[in-house]
Write a protein that binds this ligand. Structure first.
Ligand SMILES: Cc1cc2nc3c(=O)[nH]c(=O)nc-3n(C[C@H](O)[C@H](O)[C@H](O)COP(=O)(O)OP(=O)(O)OC[C@H]3O[C@@H](n4cnc5c(N)ncnc54)[C@H](O)[C@@H]3O)c2cc1C
Length: 466
């Protein structure tokens, strides 16, 4: 095989693309990956990882604030946001380097270039100097991700109006910030900046914050945000913004009035749109759905030999969904036996706000709308010994079971480190656990996870500690 002919080529090196390339190489396929900007994609460079590094700083701020209950007097605290940003960038670049090494170790050929289809099995790759070459493979996986969506009335200028990129590398902590959009990204930044000492206003056009989450969870988190001093406006739309003497005047229409909120910065976090254009996909006759590449359960497009995974292939736009699709797509290409199609009900979602939110499966509203009769269990962290010991009593665990079969339909958690614990319910759901089987599981004491057990017991009217 020549240097430009491969078994598999992957476009984009995010958690979809680089995982696909490594798995393909592991399976003995001659593999290339084409990445125009940065190995690791949005996730490692401008998404999951750098946000969590900043949020770790916000958690320290909270620990200092509440140090008194453990006997510590914190006389004065200096905070330099530049050092926190440096920590975040360092973590990011360390991981990005690691991806380079992994690709090398697995003998994946890396093209630092922009890729475009010029035929069904053929790509033209153009590097930063404009040098072009053609490469080809019978299997080409598009993993080009997504970018921030914009609203015409809130134009991002990078200075007064930020996208998530600017919010990750602020020069200084703004005194006030208005976040438009309360999905995972918007809410995480709102929580981060509020915890660091900024006055945050969170605005969403939806009737609840965290619009994909269970209503009870969303209401609880809103209350927590408000108790922390955040202003939360739901059912509210930013009509227009004006820059006046270096500040942003935001005209926000609520159900009762139009008010002008004046802030230092605005963060536009209204969602993402797929990077599905300028790839030559239209000429191939690829089908799209709202701009996302349409795929079947094996991530195949309507054109044989062309596949799409990750954000560009549709919601939920999550790194672990991208990586999961990467593996099943490549294993199917390689003819591995027993590959399982993606079951979207099995994808956990984590939101790293303060308090954290984690969920899997159906919300109460969706279960009921589907006509299911459900048993619902709920257990507050206030009644959990470990939560009290940690001084982290905000939150609860809610579990939803099918009344007839006892099947776990959904689990919704708010509170300290619930993003670590949701995996327990993810495994349970994958193994088709029922309330009866989960009730038999022994949870260690004293742990926050006992609240998960108690929630299950509560659904069976058998909770011990409430
Ligand atoms: C602020 C923020 C926080 C987030 N936090 C989380 C989180 O906590 N957990 C979570 O699961 N998800 C999170 N996400 C979402 C997560 O980052 C994405 O779901 C994930 O990165 C998608 O992976 P991907 O491989 O599909 O695409 P991406 O990571 O977007 O990678 C696509 C890559 O393709 C490259 N590319 C595009 N076009 C071309 C081309 N023509 N030629 C060559 N290369 C190209 C791009 O440069 C990019 O590197 C977050 C996102 C943001 C913005």
């Amino acid at each position: 095989m020549s240097d430009t002919q491969f078994d598999v080529i992957v476009i984009g090196a995010g958690p979809g693309g680089y995982v696909a390339a490594i798995r393909a190489a592991q399976l003995g396929l001659k593999t290339a990956i084409v990445e125009e900007k940065h190995l690791g994609g949005i996730c490692l460079n401008w998404g999951c990882i750098p946000t969590k590094a900043l949020l770790s700083g916000a958690a320290v701020a909270q620990q200092l604030k509440h140090a008194g209950q453990f006997g510590f007097t914190v006389a004065s605290v200096d905070f330099d946001i530049q050092q926190l940003v440096q920590h975040s960038r360092k973590v990011s670049s360390q991981l990005v380097q690691g991806i380079g090494q992994l690709l090398k170790k697995n003998q994946v050929t890396v093209f630092t270039a922009r890729a475009q289809f010029i035929g069904k099995e053929q790509l033209e790759v153009t590097d930063v100097d404009g040098k072009k070459q053609q490469i080809s493979a019978p299997h080409i996986i598009v993993a080009t991700g997504a970018k921030a969506a914009n609203l015409a009335q809130i134009p991002v200028d990078g200075q007064h109006v930020w996208s998530y990129k600017e919010a990750l590398i602020p020069e200084e902590l703004p005194k006030s910030l208005l976040v438009v959009g309360s999905g995972a990204i918007g809410s995480e930044f709102a929580s981060l900046y509020q915890d660091l000492g900024c006055q945050v206003t969170l605005v969403d056009i939806a009737k609840q914050i965290l619009p994909s989450e269970d209503l009870e969870v969303a209401k609880y988190v809103q209350k927590q945000f408000e108790q922390q001093g955040m202003q939360v406006l739901t059912d509210a739309a930013v009509q227009k913004i004006e820059i006046v003497q270096g500040q942003v005047h935001c005209h926000v229409e609520t159900s009762s009035e139009v008010k002008v909120i004046i802030v230092d910065k605005v963060l536009s976090a209204i969602g993402v749109r797929p990077n599905s254009q300028n790839l030559g996909l239209e000429a191939l006759g690829i089908e799209f759905e709202n701009g996302f590449i349409k795929v079947d359960q094996w991530c195949k497009t309507n054109v044989v030999g062309v596949y799409a995974i990750g954000d560009v292939a549709g919601a939920p736009c999550l790194a672990h969904k991208a990586s999961h699709e990467a593996i099943l797509c490549v294993e199917k290409i390689a003819g591995v036996a027993n590959v399982h199609a993606l079951d979207r009900t099995q994808i956990p979602g984590c939101i790293f706000t303060h308090p954290q939110v984690a969920s899997i499966g159906l919300t109460e509203q969706k279960a009921k709308a589907a006509g299911l009769n459900v048993n619902i269990g709920k257990f507050p962290l206030q009644a959990n010994g470990k939560a009290l010991a940690l001084g982290e009593t905000a939150g609860f665990v809610k579990t939803i079971f099918d009344q007839k079969t006892g099947e776990l339909l959904g689990a919704h958690m708010v509170g300290h480190e619930v993003t670590e614990h949701i995996q327990g319910f993810a495994i349970a759901k994958y193994l088709e656990a029922t309330d009866e089987s989960l009730a038999q599981v022994i949870f260690p004491h004293p742990t926050l996870s006992e609240a998960m057990h108690e929630s299950v017991l509560s659904a069976m009217q058998r909770a011990i500690h409430i």
